[in-house]
Write a protein that binds this ligand. Structure first.
Ligand code: ADP
Length: 486
């Protein structure tokens, strides 16, 4: 049985370790590129390790694709598009997508465990959120494949061709599903690159794609670093780039494809506001704040990383928040009790620690949960800062970790102005008893998604995407389909 590395500060009691078994998963020592439904070794012969961020152990060696490999993948995707996929009816395409969803569902446990091992997120998240949502995306878009003319009334929807898709490490399987499912439903073929630290579930998905009988070349998965991503972006025979990742790389991509025929959707960073009014159900709101920033290690682009509390309840909310933070388990991602798993990589942990130092130097007051954290692996205690002003770096820049800044406000106008004072605009949360206030704020907050009295709720039916430097284009729902159609 795996050792429980979860820790808790409360001296009187503790949960017994409850680690998920890894005996049912099978990982290869070495993973090749998935091109034309075959496992192909990279032309450079180079491989890189994928490590478990909770133990620092190498899980597998992953092929590193270069321009030649990407060209092979794009050629396979083009051939599959011209000769097979564009000739199939929507109903036939839908059957394949549905079959992939069913096969993923059958192997849900395996996906969840591998996601937690490779990414560091708690098994509770990968098992209850990532994997079911990823399956649901395939189910949902399978249903659209033969109904495109209803999705785009009075138009004759046509696929774009070959889609190049580049995804990040925070929701590896879910992001692959967000990208692949609508692309296939709309009749495109795909070359997808997972993030370098989290390739494994995309490669497992490739096994399912092969077993599902999807025609060769319809989905190709090439692994590697930023240079592999750049080779996809710069390939002349790609018709569309779908990217989720940092705003910096998003800007590089936008510059690279400017003046070309390539269409794009970019889902970039965020610094989302979570706003609590004095009439909100406070305990529910505190739980929503914790869910919005601490669960999943704050590795969510739409994490509610800026909290705005109405001044007259600030003391109460901060007190409740601190005591809830003390009850959070930080530790082994495979333990079912764990709330906060491992930070995905050493580099990301260093970035988070750098921002915590900056916050202190800027004069904000820090509070960190007292819990012990495992000595091995990359872990960070849940952290909050009070005494933060709008100009502080920690209130402006995306930290991508379990770090919350707290500011107060008195009036609605003031909080709208403060919440919108950011280069980003991905999401926001509003906690209040008044429906009219919710409607007022949803029209004035410059954010792609606004949650009311909840946070971080996703559904394949509802579109997701940003304003301003958080990107453009929408994924999910009918809107997500439109992004892959002429
Ligand atoms: P994060 O900061 O979330 O890791 P990145 O934007 O660095 O986000 O990475 C997101 C994805 O973009 C990863 O798959 C990464 O390999 C890829 N990537 C990084 N640099 C480039 C680039 N110049 N062109 C295309 N893709 C890139």
């Amino acid at each position: 049985m795996a050792k429980n590395t979860s820790t808790k500060n409360t001296a009187e009691w503790n949960y017994a370790a409850s680690p998920e078994s890894t005996s049912h998963i099978r990982l290869e020592k070495k993973y090749q590129l998935f091109i034309n439904n075959e496992w192909v070794s990279p032309s450079s012969k180079k491989y890189f390790p994928s490590t478990n961020p909770a133990s620092e152990e190498v899980l597998a060696e992953i092929a590193w694709a270069n321009d030649v490999d990407v060209d092979k993948a794009v050629k396979a995707a083009r051939k599959a598009y011209q000769e097979v996929w564009s000739k199939l009816s929507g109903a036939e395409r839908g059957k394949y997508i549905y079959r992939i969803a069913r096969m993923m569902q059958e192997r849900a446990r395996e996906f969840a465990v591998i996601e937690s091992l490779d990414c560091g997120k708690p098994i509770r998240e990968s098992r209850d959120v990532d994997v079911p949502l990823a399956c649901n995306h395939f189910f949902y878009y399978a249903g659209w494949a033969d109904k495109l003319e209803y999705a785009m009334p009075h138009k004759k929807p046509e696929a774009l061709g070959v889609a190049g898709q580049i995804i990040p490490w925070n929701f590896p399987l879910l992001m692959a599903a967000w990208k692949i499912a609508p692309a296939l439903a709309a009749g495109n073929t795909v070359v997808l690159k997972p993030a370098e630290t989290t390739s494994l579930t995309a490669l497992k998905l490739a096994e399912i794609i092969k077993d599902s009988g999807l025609p060769p070349g319809v989905v190709n998965i090439v692994t590697g670093y930023g240079d592999t991503g750049a080779a996809i972006v710069n390939h002349p025979d790609i018709d569309k780039i779908a990217f989720t990742g940092s705003t910096n790389v998003g800007k590089i991509i936008q510059r690279a494809i400017a003046g070309t025929h390539k269409k794009s959707t970019l889902e970039l960073g965020g610094k989302s506001a979570n706003i609590i009014f004095d009439d909100a159900p406070i305990d529910q709101a505190v739980e929503g704040i914790v869910n919005g920033i601490f669960f999943n290690q704050g590795h969510v682009c739409c994490a509610g990383s800026r909290l705005f509390v109405q001044e007259n309840i600030a003391e109460r909310v901060i007190h409740k928040l601190k005591s809830r933070m003390e009850s959070l388990y930080v530790g082994d991602p495979l333990d079912k009790n764990t709330d906060i798993g491992a930070i995905n990589s050493k580099e990301q942990l260093e970035t988070i620690e750098k921002y915590i130092r900056i916050g202190k130097e800027e004069g904000a007051e820090i509070y960190q949960s007292q819990c012990a954290i495992p000595s091995k692996g990359y872990f960070c205690r849940p952290t909050l800062f009070t005494g933060v002003s709008q100009s502080h770096v920690i209130a402006q820049e995306e930290i991508f970790g379990p770090v919350l800044t707290i500011q107060t406000f008195r009036t609605v106008d003031e909080v709208i102005q403060k919440a919108n004072n950011t280069p980003y605009g991905l999401a926001a949360g509003v906690w209040t008893d008044k429906g009219s206030r919710i409607f007022n704020l949803t029209t004035k907050l410059r954010a792609g998604v606004v949650w009311a009295n909840t946070y971080n709720k996703f559904d394949p039916v509802s579109p997701f995407g940003g304003y301003k430097e958080s990107g453009f284009g929408r994924e999910g729902g009918v809107h997500g389909l439109g992004a892959y159609l002429k």
